[in-house]
Structures are given as C-alpha cells and as structure tokens.
Design a binder for this molecule. Structure first.
Ligand code: INI
Length: 168
C-alpha cells in the first residue's frame, strides 16, 4: 500500500516495507492513553487511516483507552491474550516538560510493551511518543514529522504477516 505523504514517517520504510501490510480480515486493538489526549487522538487517527487503507475493516479496529502510558502494558497484555486480536498497537504521549517522572513513565511503558509482545508471542507495537515539548509531540502526530500512530499500525500489520510466514 502507499504511504500518505506528510503524515507518515520514514521509520518503517526500507526493504520489504510495502510487503506485509495487507490488512484484510485482520483484527487490531488500539490501546491508547488518555493523558495528553489531544496528541494521542491524532495518533489513533493515523493508526486508523493506515489500517483501513491497508484493508482492515473499521469494525475490526477496537479502541481500548487507558488513563496514561504507564497503564498501556496491562491493557495490551489482556488484549493480546484475549484471542480477539491479531495485533495490539499501543499509543501514548509522554512529554518531559510536564513531569518529573518522565523517565519512569516512558521507560516502564516501553519495557512493559516489549515484555507483553515477548510473553504473548503477539505483535504488540510501540507508538508512545517521548518528547520534550507538546510541539515536538504534535510534529510526530500528523505534523511535520509524520504520524507515529500510522507507522506503528503499519509495523503491527507487517509483524502479523511475518509471524504467519515464519509459522507456515
Ligand atoms: N502519562 C502519559 O501518558 N503521559 C505523560 O506525559 C504523563 N505524565 O506527564 O506524567 C503520564 N502520567 C500518568 C501515568 O501514565 C499513569 O497514568 C499514572 O501515573 C497512574 O498510574
């Protein structure tokens, strides 16, 4: 599938990037953090655009909202274990300017999300922005630097396809 111009980021491009993004029949959970909701809603929008563009039915995209990025791993784990989804996309925004415990929230979210993927064997992707300012976050949520939600959704579809191929 083609990538939308200014909203996407080059991070998940490269060899084979266009492969494995076929989404027909896939069921995807979007775990999203309400903290910095203005930013995260844009990430959700980007993820939805990527998924539906790849053929995922809107009915097969489920939004699961948690209070903050710290809570993403637990929700992702339940979703991954439920058997209801092929992949889980985790979306959030941790902004340094707003918190003294930025490193804990961001670090634990990243660690926990990776752990869920490894423990469950399901694709669980990391779309948590970690920036110094709101402006930097907005730049990566559909602004000048693309949309991390879009990238993260594409990564999820690519991983679903890859794991199917490995298991075949
Ligand atoms: N949660 C975020 O998602 N982003 C933040 O920037 C943030 N800050 O700034 O503190 C944040 N904190 C809340 C945290 O994720 C938990 O919801 C809270 O600590 C309750 O466990």
């Amino acid at each position: 599938m083609s990538r939308p111009g200014p909203r996407a980021h080059a991070g998940v491009g490269g060899p084979g990037a266009g492969e494995g993004s076929e989404g027909r029949g896939r069921r995807i959970a979007l775990c999203a953090a309400r903290f910095n909701g203005d930013v995260v809603e844009r990430l959700v929008e980007g993820a939805r655009a990527c998924l539906t563009g790849a053929g995922v039915s809107a009915d097969d995209i489920t939004e699961l909202w948690v209070p903050g990025a710290f809570e993403l791993p637990l929700a992702a784990k339940r979703a991954a274990r439920s058997g209801s989804y092929d992949a889980v996309v985790c979306l959030g925004a941790v902004i340094r300017g707003q918190t003294a415990h930025f490193d804990f929230v961001a670090g634990e979210a990243a660690r926990g999300i990776q752990q869920v993927a490894l423990e469950t064997g399901k694709p669980v992707t990391f779309g948590v922005l970690t920036t110094d300012t709101v402006e930097q976050a907005l730049d990566r949520a559909g602004g000048a630097h693309g949309n991390k939600g879009w990238d993260c959704a594409l990564a999820a579809l690519q991983m679903v396809e890859l794991l199917h191929r490995i298991d075949a």
